[in-house]
Ligand binder design. Structure first.
Ligand SMILES: NC(=O)c1ccc[n+]([C@@H]2O[C@H](COP(=O)([O-])OP(=O)(O)OC[C@H]3O[C@@H](n4cnc5c(N)ncnc54)[C@H](OP(=O)(O)O)[C@@H]3O)[C@@H](O)[C@H]2O)c1
Length: 452
């Protein structure tokens, strides 16, 4: 029998913006079983009909790429139950109503993850049930460990799905194909040939009214503790035996364990926040003047750090991770820069080393090479073999939900990865909190802070 999906936090922003559209895409693709139901749980009063109207609006706003009839079909599968997710009795009622063996999705603020899981523990879940937990998973190593312990009292690890939707993006998945389905790259994918790796997620978007969450998180916790470290793990991991949940999770955890936190915090990390400026013709105020921001928190809107990986393959290669808001351009890519050739036989002309880029939005791959010039054949010219990929039918959340409902963990983050990711960033957070690294500023619309 198909497992019902129970979304705790089913009236929140994530549900409206990503989960409902993802489910509508699945319905449209014929990938939802006829008897698939979705029960949303939220705190406020409301009937099924009220919830369906809200869902219809959300789908109109965020899923207009899905045909109307598929959206309507999804709305017909939805139900709503009022209740507090931290109260066992309320959860029991919701699970009884959902019936069967549920897949429970915690689309909740991470401050209530633990109490919710404890309450679920009091109710108990039937064999075969699964739980998905959103990010950020915990607030540090110890907290992630405790959260894992609570989860493992409830369910076996293979029924737990820690969500990081970047693992389901086309660009990140492409890395697997590129690396492990081609002969070309793997022999040069190591410290002998790679000079450095940059993992960048620069956004032009500013705070966009999300101070409630963002001002207590900041760029490091929001992006570099999870999404960007997952990308690092996929760039740097050893080849897996199979593209399945256990194989990928083991290889990624292995490489995360080998990541050494920045050696010199003042040199290897950078934090900053934006000041007033213009981004793509739009005036943005100072971050500190945004509604809901407490300037005294010193929250960074830009974070950067460089780490190395202590293993045979990567010893000495810097991996630089950076992400910021309100920057001049949306630059979102994984960049692998190769070493220069050992000898250049082209007179005194210099040649840039080869660069492989995997870019997001538009998703693509490009390999920048030196070729003989079209004019003088003995001159070098820089050319790129560039490919822009067509938009995938399923969004990242559509794909995540498909795998989750099928009980497949290929896109899920493991307990060890969640803990290791905190181990890497905790010393940075501590150094920043202790004032060892100054909080710099950069004007909105610029390239970001200038180090030094
Ligand atoms: N929004 C995004 O773009 C996004 C992207 C990636 C990941 N995430 C993650 O997704 C999770 C949810 O984020 P969000 O943006 O959707 O937050 P949100 O808009 O604040 O929604 C939170 C939901 O949780 C419910 N809730 C909170 N406490 C509750 C309680 N004690 N009992 C019952 N329901 C409770 C709220 O119900 P009421 O409305 O009834 O209070 C609401 O439905 C977070 O972990 C976030 O980090 C969000």
């Amino acid at each position: 029998m198909t497992r019902p999906l129970v979304v705790l936090g089913g009236s929140g922003d994530l549900t409206g913006r990503f989960l409902l559209p993802g489910l509508a895409e699945l319905d449209d693709a014929g990938e939802l079983a006829d008897d698939q139901t979705v029960l949303a749980v939220g705190r406020h009063d409301g009937s099924d009909d009220d919830y369906r109207s809200w869902a219809r609006e959300q789908l109109g706003e965020h899923a207009d790429h899905v045909p109307e009839e598929s959206r309507a079909r999804l709305v017909g599968r939805l139900g709503y139950q009022q209740g507090s997710v931290t109260e066992a009795d309320d959860l029991r009622r919701a699970l009884e109503r959902a019936g069967g063996v549920p897949v429970v999705y915690l689309a909740l603020p991470n401050t209530v993850f633990r109490d919710t899981l404890e309450a679920l523990g009091q109710v108990g879940l039937p064999e075969g049930a699964a739980v998905a937990v959103e990010k950020p998973f915990g607030t540090g190593v110890e907290d992630a460990r405790e959260l894992n312990a609570v989860l493992h009292r409830l369910l076996p690890e293979d029924a737990v799905h820690r969500v990081d939707h970047f693992t389901a993006t086309q660009t990140v998945l492409n890395l697997l194909g590129l690396r492990f389905a081609n002969r070309l790259f793997e022999p040069v994918w190591n410290a002998g040939h790679v000079e450095r790796v940059d993992i960048v997620f620069d956004e032009t978007l500013g705070l966009e009214g999300r101070a409630g969450y963002y001002d207590t998180a900041g760029a490091l916790r929001d992006m570099l503790q999870n999404h960007l470290l997952q990308q690092l793990a996929l760039v740097a991991m050893e080849p897996p035996a199979a593209i399945d949940g256990p194989s990928l999770a083991a290889r990624r955890a292995d490489v995360l364990r080998a990541v050494r936190p920045p050696a010199d915090m003042a040199r290897d990390t950078l934090r900053a926040r934006y000041t007033a400026g213009t981004v793509a013709g739009r005036e943005l105020p100072d971050y500190t003047a945004e509604e809901g921001v407490d300037p005294d928190r010193g929250t960074e809107t830009y974070a950067e750090y460089t780490v190395t990986i202590d293993n045979w393959r990567w010893a000495g290669v810097p991996f630089r991770l950076r992400s910021g808001k309100a920057l001049g351009a949306d630059r979102q890519e994984m960049v692998i820069r190769f070493k220069p050739v050992p000898h250049l036989a082209f007179g005194d002309g210099a040649a840039e080393p080869d660069v492989l880029r995997l870019t997001f939005d538009p998703d693509g791959v490009s390999l920048e090479l030196n070729l003989n010039g079209a004019g003088d054949p003995f001159d070098l010219e820089r050319r790129a073999l560039a490919l822009e990929l067509p938009t995938r039918r399923l969004s990242a959340y559509g794909l995540l939900l498909r795998e989750l409902l099928a009980g497949n963990r290929v896109l899920s983050v493991s307990a060890a990865e969640a803990e290791e990711s905190w181990r890497i960033v905790e010393p940075i957070l501590a150094a920043w909190a202790a004032g060892e690294v100054p909080l710099r500023e950069y004007p909105a619309g610029s390239d970001g802070p200038v180090p030094g």
